[in-house]
Design a protein around this ligand. Sequence first.
Ligand SMILES: [Zn+2]
Length: 445
Amino acid sequence: MRMSRVGAAGVILAATAGLCGTLATSQGPAPPAQPKFDLLLRGGHVIDARNAISAVRDVAISRGTVAAVAAKLNPADALKTIDVSGLHVVPGLIDLHAHVYTGTGEPRSYAGDNSVYPDGFTFRVGVTTVADAGGSGWRNFDDFKSRIVDRSKTRVLAFLNIVGNGMRGGKFEQDLADMEAKPTADMALRHPGLIVGIKTAHFAGPEWAPVERAVEAGTLANVPVMVDFGASQPERPLSELVTKKLRPGDIYTHVYSGLRGEQDSSGHVNPALFAGRKRGVIFDVGHGGGSFLWRIAVPAIKEGFLPDSISTDLHIGSMNSGMKDMLNVMGKFLAMGLPLDDVIAKSTWNPARELRQESLGHLSVGAVADIAVLRLERGKFGFVDMYGARMDAGQRLVCELTLRDGKVVYDLNGVSRPDWRTLPPDYRQTGDARWDGITPAPVRR
Ligand SMILES: [Zn+2]
């Protein structure tokens, strides 16, 4: 074991965790032998909608969960302290509409090449949980689970497609014979807390059957339904969907696309959306490559029709277009005048409740320590919609640090890391497995 510039307390820690030069280089004095906290995020502005906190708070983490949130916590109680003053400390972002069922090799398919591996798109923008929006159905959910869910560092949840084959393209997604409520519900019931809803999407026909069977499956499995309403058809108007067909808690996504009558001919919000909201129907952004327009969103927000949740609809067609990533979509709502606290709530606690995963999306003591540390950057920025129209903006969100289960999994500027000049000449991994999910020193026993 290499030891250098570590006090007596550090020697004890090094013996248990194989530490080398880390302790002497973190801010402040050497931590205690038996630290109460593994990690302390010090001096950040915490935004936690569930607990009605928007204030400067220290956040302590122990064994992967939030251990304390208080105006002042003692760094001497923590193995590792990170100064996050000037930054926003928020629950790990929840993107409830993404497409991550990739790797199957199927071209032009959201159960294949149109989807992306989550870990490359999540932690770097503060997202710790995504819900795959219907890539798989009951026939291929097991494949999705073993291929993506079980192998990703991101927490991956799923809306199960009402189509048994999932989102594999036209001939599958238009096949009413493969939309069966019972096997869909049975699969959902086999995976509570993982399959969090039922999805219907991309349907082009005039029939209500996809929506009705999705709702039937959702009722059998006691989970919400998310609707991408597909092609606009006079036989199944939006007004009937949100005022009659959907249940309270069901989710209408792509709300600012303008493609299915969300805005009426006079440029106002379709009154049915307000009526649907009154009934408890949820309205989600689902930006995607073709589902967000300034000319729909700006007047809607002026009229008070805000989204319940902000989500990306991440896929290969949106990742490098106007959508880009979760923080970019959130930045658009800041640009339209929503307060930061609201934008964070719509990306954390609101989606957690919509998914009925109320253990997520907040920083209560005992909650899983999925946390994003964000910087609100001022400057000259621009945000682009699905038709390439730009809105100028003076601020945007950048992710500095992301924690998953209490461990640092992304650190843009190395705020958790020691300056290399302070380390021994032969330094190796500088972290401790109790807080570091990137470069922890090997644990020696
Ligand atoms: Zn989608």
